[in-house]
Design a protein around this ligand. Structure first.
Ligand code: UD1
Length: 343
């Protein structure tokens, strides 16, 4: 049996990935400081897979604590690193916090992995590294140019990718897979785990589901004067369960592929871009719930349109994000109803 360490494993993508790993027979140890997640997530995971993952309530930037986890679990063969602060707006307000958390935890993790000769790392990155790709690079594949980050959060993703590449350059035993996510949405079909945003949601779908639940009077659509067919921004919304499965494929490949590059990068998206207005209408069609919305001005720093060319992940990982969008949107609504006790 192989054990995977999942940092940030009680978070949104981490918890869904833990479920998929356990269902594929991996043992999982989660480390999480619960700064943006709840211990109850472990019960949700247990309700789905019939077993709790091992858990350590530590900060993965703490060298001593992390070292102890590796000592306690000598069967760790790979690490998936999710633990990071992720609110774009907050990162502009508190850049030092973001640089300390997001860079410090990766550096500590790489140091401790080296001591314990754990040589496989999957890193949770973002399509934010591409900024607004020019028309020639839409849809975006992995060769599109990296552009200057628009926020400290985005910059930490870029710098972390560079840290991994620099370390792999000198340590030929280190293998890494960098996964650049597009826009993860939805919840597990069991409604046992899902997204739990802190305070007022900044991301689109949690705002929609909270509006549907009556917690917000209306959704504000940030701009309808973009150069897109309906004027609203376009994104590639990927089901979190499909995304989680890509992590299992990445780990399988790192452990079993005969030949692979030392550092591999994959864009994880569906390959289809949807506008904000389309997503609202699809949500209404999927759930029968009307979403009141108004059009307001553009949000600063927003990108007009970006969606993935997932061919490399499709072919090399043997993975595809193909859950129909209405099923995905219904899963998000089922989760919202469950946590708000709506029948
Ligand atoms: C944002 C971040 C991105 C990060 C990702 C993490 C920015 C500029 N980008 O992506 O770096 O990796 O979150 O999940 O913040 N929208 C509305 N009304 C709302 C909320 C959103 O119209 O109340 C629109 C936005 O303008 C955007 C789309 O919905 O066009 C998606 O927004 P969001 O869910 O915040 O994701 P991104 O901006 O793509």
């Amino acid at each position: 049996m192989s054990r995977i360490l999942v940092t940030g494993g009680t978070g949104y993508i981490g918890s869904h990935t833990t479920v998929e790993l356990m269902q594929q027979g991996y043992d999982v140890t989660i480390v999480d400081n619960l700064s943006n997640s709840s211990i109850d997530v472990l019960d949700g995971i247990e309700a789905i897979v019939g077993k709790k993952p091992d858990f350590a309530n530590i900060d993965c930037g703490n060298h001593v604590d992390l070292d102890n986890v590796f000592k306690q679990y000598p069967d760790i063969v790979g690490v998936i690193h999710f633990a990071a602060s992720k609110a774009v707006g907050e990162s502009v307000e508190k850049p030092l916090l973001y640089y300390r958390n997001n860079l410090g935890s990766l550096i500590t993790l790489l140091e401790v992995m080296k001591v314990h000769q754990v040589q496989n790392l999957v890193f949770s990155s973002s399509c934010t590294v591409y900024g607004q790709p020019d028309a020639a690079h839409l849809p975006v594949d992995e060769t599109a140019p990296i552009q200057k980050a628009l926020s400290p959060y985005g910059n930490t993703k870029q710098i972390n990718e560079e840290i991994i590449c620099d370390e792999a350059h000198t340590d030929k035993d280190l293998h890494a897979t960098i996964l650049r996510y597009f826009n993860p949405i939805g919840a597990h079909p069991s409604a046992q785990i899902g997204e739990l945003p802190n305070g007022v949601p900044q991301n689109l779908l949690p705002f929609i589901t909270q509006t549907a639940a009556g917690m917000r009077p209306e959704l504000k659509v940030f701009g309808n004067d973009y150069n897109t067919p309906d004027g609203s921004c376009i994104r590639d919304y990927i089901y979190v369960v499909d995304l989680a499965k890509a992590h299992v494929k990445a780990i399988d490949r790192m452990l079993h592929a005969k030949k692979r590059d030392q550092v591999e990068v994959f864009n994880l998206g569906t390959g289809t871009g949807l506008s904000v207005l389309t997503l609202i209408h699809e949500f209404e069609a999927a759930t029968g719930v009307k979403i009141p919305y108004t059009i307001v001005g553009r949000r600063e720093g927003d990108i007009e349109q970006v969606w993935a060319a997932p061919k490399k992940a499709n072919e090399v990982l043997g993975w595809k994000a193909d859950t129909p969008i209405r099923e995905v949107l219904a899963s998000a609504w089922n989760w919202e109803k469950k946590i708000r006790n709506i029948k």
